[in-house]
Design a protein around this ligand. Structure first.
Ligand code: FE2
Length: 265
């Protein structure tokens, strides 16, 4: 997951020049570009409220994202297992190693994210207490599809979807929640390691490498392009639903009236 803004075809690092007018490839990057722009818009639309959400609501929303991180790591392992040998497989295995802390569990990203949550004053029991059930079902669906669908679809869904679209939501989360007055007040006491990794140079480098490897994969397997696109399109709608579920639980009109009722009683 990274923070750069360009999803067009990357320049090839060292291989032979790209064949001109490769069928479908330019459309593929155009689609990725459009999906990214739409996702940025929706992410901002949904997440700008993090900047002024009450602190307890903000804590609850931030907890929900941990399930995404936990499932993503397993999905990445399943994806690596089903890919053919090649640059893309080795690269995604490298990302998986990063996610798991490169041999150090204390540096695994799920652990780093929980460290951040605990620095917000949450304890281990609170982290597990109230997962959004609809989102757990969505994440389960994602995982089942990575297992049951073909490699190209799984790459679109979790390789490209996870690294590109998911990152847009992460960047939007970070941008908006870090403006929240309750966060500003506590900023110096918070554990920012997870965010330093996911909104900085490391993720930008990840994403550039992924774009190059994907480009190679599509060139080598042009028949798989429709499946890759199908997986990516599905990832986009699943991510939108994931955040929609969180939004309606904590920030939508129903959440506001529930909150008012709770305060009045
Ligand atoms: Fe990560």
């Amino acid at each position: 997951m990274s923070t750069d803004t360009d999803t067009r075809a990357p320049s090839r690092p060292s291989a032979a020049p790209l064949p001109a007018n490769t069928p479908g490839l330019s459309e593929f990057w155009r689609l990725a570009d459009t999906a990214k722009t739409q996702t940025e818009y929706l992410a901002n639309e949904r997440l700008h409220r993090l900047a002024d959400a009450p602190f307890d609501v903000l804590q609850k929303i931030l907890i929900q994202y941990r399930y995404f991180t936990i499932f993503y790591i397993t999905d990445l392992a399943l994806l690596v297992a089903k890919l053919p040998f090649g640059e893309l497989r080795s690269l995604l295995a490298d990302f998986l190693n990063d996610e798991l802390g490169n041999g150090d569990h204390d540096a695994a990203h799920e652990r780093l994210y929980d460290n951040f949550l605990m620095s917000l004053g949450l304890d281990a029991q609170e982290l597990d207490r109230d997962p959004n059930r609809a989102n757990l079902r969505l994440l389960d669906t994602l995982q089942q599809r990575v297992t049951s669908e073909g490699p190209a679809y799984a790459v679109g869904l979790r390789g490209m979807g996870g690294e590109c679209l998911c990152q847009i939501y992460l960047a939007a989360m970070h941008e908006h929640f870090s403006k929240n007055p309750a966060i500003r007040e506590r900023a110096k006491d918070l554990d920012w390691v997870f965010w330093d990794i996911h909104t900085g140079e490391v993720d930008i480098a990840h994403r550039e490498k992924l774009k190059a490897a994907l480009h190679e994969y599509v060139l080598e397997n042009p028949d798989e392009l429709p499946e890759l696109v199908r997986g990516y399109v599905d990832a986009k709608s699943i991510f939108e639903q994931f955040w929609e579920n969180i939004y309606s639980d904590y920030l939508g009109p129903a959440a506001a009236s529930k909150r008012r009722a709770a305060t009045a009683s």
